[in-house]
Ligand binder design. Structure first.
Ligand code: TRP
Ligand code: SF4
Length: 418
């Protein structure tokens, strides 16, 4: 990331470069000029990558429709590790996106063995947290959404077991329900374009979730009737699974078309216009007309105890409804970038980059960039002890959680309607 964009650079940003090269994820930085407002998670180098985000950025800029979607697996209670994605979704909704949340109860039941009752309870807690953070839009539980299940079945016609093995390392022991939960996730990502109108759709995910995005893009592509390609001096429209007469309908609708066996070439009509017309015809003929889904990719906040943040390591994170005293204890015990003695700390200063307490502030607690810069500066200059810094941070966490809980309680009845 360039210095100007990312004054609080984290060492994690280095590793992401390899991921970009390997998987074709693009940096988000070149697109930020399109955005009317740069969100903190981009400014601070937390969201670093994107796939096909330009249609989303221009939709935001031009006030055109787009969807923002994510899913949560209700195998446990929502915690600190879920906060970033929730905020990304809420930000995109505020920028004009149509919001959609999937509660992946089928996945939790299939992959983690969570009982349906627990799925229900945890799922509602995720929704309460989302509403409390300002989410508006549609929500559903996978197990109760028949249109989603139909879409998953349709998507399943385009995915075979060798693809699942290649992408997810599925083995002969993998249960069929696990495979079904994968295809249900594909359906989740395409669902906003089926329940509503086709439009660019952004899925904010962690860097490790890219396989789902690529699979879904492949499926969306395979379910399209037509392939539209910009060939410079003309636009080519090819049929893939289109019904008889579909290609003629395209040629008929676009002046300047020349029809060939299996494709139509169009001159003098801009590529986006051809896309729109073709999509309309596809929809009229009973097709999906999908836009390939887009994604943003974020880096991960380390666990408070160092290492990975995970609900299976209780000290690495805290739940939104965990008792304040327990949360405070975790923050006070968190791994810092402090020196071994106070003397050294005063002399050399602390190291904010590997410090989980600093990361907590950078990710979530310090909305004001100036205030975050101050925390960083005081740390580096050795002007504050880690004890005092942790105490300040624990106070911020406490205030944040008290407010969040109050809001969650206030919206609980809406969450319970899903
Ligand atoms: N599989 C995701 C997880 O493990 C949850 C999920 C379900 C999801 N459907 C989704 C994420 C759609 C993004 C988009 O947490
Ligand atoms: Fe982390 Fe604060 Fe200690 Fe710096 S002073 S290492 S930011 S806890």
């Amino acid at each position: 990331m360039p210095e100007a964009l990312d004054p609080w650079a984290n060492s994690q940003a280095i590793d992401t470069r390899r991921l970009f090269e390997e998987f074709g994820i693009e940096p988000i930085e070149p697109l930020i000029d399109l955005l009317p407002e740069v969100p903190p998670f981009v400014r601070r180098g937390i969201v670093v990558g994107q796939r096909d985000y330009e249609p989303i950025a221009t939709a935001i800029r031009d006030h055109r429709p787009f969807h923002v979607l994510t899913g949560f697996m209700p195998s446990g209670r929502p915690h600190l590790g879920h906060l970033l994605v929730m905020r990304e979704v809420v930000w995109h909704v505020r920028q004009g996106g149509h919001g959609m949340i999937a509660i992946a109860d089928r996945e939790a039941h299939a992959v983690r063995g969570t009982t349906w009752d627990d799925c229900e309870r945890y799922g509602r807690d995720y929704l309460a947290a989302l509403y409390a953070l300002g989410f508006t839009g549609e929500v559903y539980f996978q197990s109760r959404n028949n249109a989603l299940k139909d879409l998953a079945f349709e998507a399943a016609t385009r995915v075979n077991f060798s693809a699942l093995t290649a992408i997810y390392g599925f083995a002969p022991e993998t249960t069929l329900a696990h495979a079904m939960s994968v295809i249900t996730q594909v359906a989740d990502i395409l669902y906003p374009q089926v329940s509503g109108e086709p439009a660019p759709t952004v899925v904010p995910v962690g860097l490790d979730q890219d396989p789902h995005i690529r699979l879904t893009r492949d499926v969306a592509n395979a379910l399209r009737f037509f392939r539209v390609e910009n060939r410079g001096d003309h636009v080519s429209v090819r049929t893939r699974n289109a019904p008889d007469g579909a290609l003629q309908a395209v040629a008929h609708a676009l002046p300047g078309s020349k029809a060939y066996q299996g494709h139509v070439d169009i001159r003098g009509v801009p590529h986006p216009v051809v896309e729109e017309v073709v999509r309309g015809i596809e929809r009229e003929l009973g097709g999906f007309g999908f836009f390939l889904p887009s994604a943003t990719y974020h880096t991960f906040m380390p666990g408070l105890s160092g290492g990975k943040m995970s609900s299976s390591i209780p000290d690495s994170s805290f739940g939104f409804r965990e008792p304040p005293a327990a949360v405070r204890k975790k923050v006070m015990r968190a791994l810092t970038g402090g020196r071994t003695t106070l003397e050294e700390q005063r002399l050399l200063g602390g190291e904010p980059d590997p410090c989980t307490v600093y990361e907590l502030n950078r990710f979530h607690l310090c909305e004001d960039d100036g205030e975050l810069a101050k925390i960083r500066a005081r740390c580096i200059a050795g002007e504050i002890t880690c004890g005092a810094c942790k105490k300040e941070t624990a106070d911020r966490v406490e205030t944040f959680l008290a407010d969040l809980r109050e809001r969650m309680d206030a919206v609980e009845h809406i969450a319970n309607e899903a």
